[in-house]
Design a protein around this ligand. Sequence first.
Ligand code: ATP
Ligand code: MG
Length: 249
Amino acid sequence: RKLVGKLSTGCVEFNEMMGGGIDTQAITEMYGEFGSGKTQVAHQLAVNVQLPKEQGGLDGSVIIIDTENTFRPERIKQMVEGLSEKYGQEYDYEEFLKHIHVARAFNSNHQILLVDSAMELANELKNSDKPVRLIIVDSLTAHFRAEYIGRGTLADRQQKLNKHLHGLQRFGDLFNACVVVTNQVMAKPDAFFGDPTKPIGGHIVGHTATFRLYLRKSKGDKRIVRLVDSPNLPDAEAIISVTTAGLRD
Ligand code: ATP
Ligand code: MG
């Protein structure tokens, strides 16, 4: 078994809450309302993973399975400029973009298949100077939610999601990579999905994800990140800021 790596979020409190950073060989689920910052954290991790270990990175590249077309190269540019500011050193954003492999998923079956393509790419890059150390699925559940409508489809949806998550866990184990997935919760109670504070996908996502992070909005650019039901860490909260330069304390 390979040693677990830690990927820095760029935020001191957030890292400390996670025992140093986001673990490799584990699934980390971020759930929260629209605008709570899930996609922003995902973008920042896609930048940070490329940094050297001294700067909290994993010297790696990243694969993003983008299901809602929310990946923005311009946002990466701002965050890389933010890094230059933070470390007083020049970074080339084109270099960063080169190591972000984005695949659009058009439906849930396609999304599941893309994990196989991700495995192939990660195998190719395994002995390169930037092996894949992070895979992001943003959003894990949006397609499933749109496609499986009505009570009779629930078991089928859960079975598919379960299979998908096991594929992702295998990816994390095989490549010593972090697996980060997002999951939206509704602001208002929903007739079908029920309790608004519970993530879509319910228990299967809950039990498979090793780390569950509940994000919520606070004042201005502040966001509260709560670690929920971790097997080895205390429940805790961290406050982060989502700024133009990226995530900050
Ligand atoms: P959804 O469930 O809809 O996907 P989300 O949790 O992914 O939502 P994000 O897209 O991560 O939400 O957050 C959007 C918020 O991030 C914006 O409302 C804004 O506050 C902040 N944000 C986005 N881009 C920038 C930027 N360039 N500079 C500063 N803040 C930004
Ligand atoms: Mg989003």
